[in-house]
Ligand binder design. Sequence first.
Ligand SMILES: [Zn+2]
Length: 123
Amino acid sequence: MSNKKNKNLILESLLKKQKKIIESMPEMNDFIIGTIQNNLFFRCGNKNCKCHDEKNPQPHGPKTHLSLRSDKKKKNIYLKKERISDIRKFIKNYDALWISMLKLSLINYEIYSLEKELSLIKK
Ligand SMILES: [Zn+2]
């Protein structure tokens, strides 16, 4: 087999791998970058609430919170029970996207390199 044919076959299989990874990636509207905190006790913003009592403070909780990362600050959001499993899935999707991007980066580089080489090989 010629060098060029061989490289073309490798390129073909890399393009298939690339496509497979892209197809298996979670949708871009189904991920969240954050962490879930269970059993969180907290004081609310109402200074007159029992949670702010000087002698016998009774914090709220235990509650489940989503700690969201944004560009500047961390944001804590109380999660309703029925939403917890969806949010967990969204957080997992972020990890899956990240791993897929790392794999794609390597494959994209190999494809790029092969395409460069092939354009230099004369017929
Ligand atoms: Zn309170």
